[in-house]
Design a protein around this ligand. Structure first.
Ligand SMILES: [Zn+2]
Length: 116
């Protein structure tokens, strides 16, 4: 008799495990369902963004989010201004770069500029 095939598993870092477990509980989901759903959505969103804005590429994120727009062949910076995202190129809070910025998970790592 064949043994049932072992399901693939991945190791999760302890700090991430705690955060994910808390989030799963908050949403009333099992950790397994939460992790699988989150991972799948991320992969699908990545594919979606490649179709939606194939000409925008994420370069870096720190105090600003740096994007390269291959359509205009320019580097564009997104930053927080009065708690609103702002695009240096369009001098606007509502452009394709802002839409792109809000759609990538890395936006969570955008640091808030200290205002002196
Ligand atoms: Zn823009």
């Amino acid at each position: 008799m064949n043994k049932p095939k072992r399901k693939p598993t991945v190791a999760i870092e302890e700090a991430i495990y705690s955060k994910a477990k808390a989030k799963a509980e908050e949403k009333g989901m099992t950790l397994l369902d939460y992790v699988n759903e989150t991972l799948l959505l991320n992969v699908e969103k990545d594919d979606f963004l490649k179709r939606y804005a194939p000409y925008i590429e994420k370069i870096n994120v720190g105090h600003t989010l740096v994007l390269r727009d291959h359509k205009i062949n320019k580097v564009v910076e997104i930053f927080l201004k009065n708690n609103t995202l702002y695009c240096s190129h369009d001098e606007s809070g509502d452009c394709m770069h802002i839409h792109f910025a809000l759609a990538i998970p890395e936006i969570a790592r955008l640091k808030i500029k200290s205002t002196k």
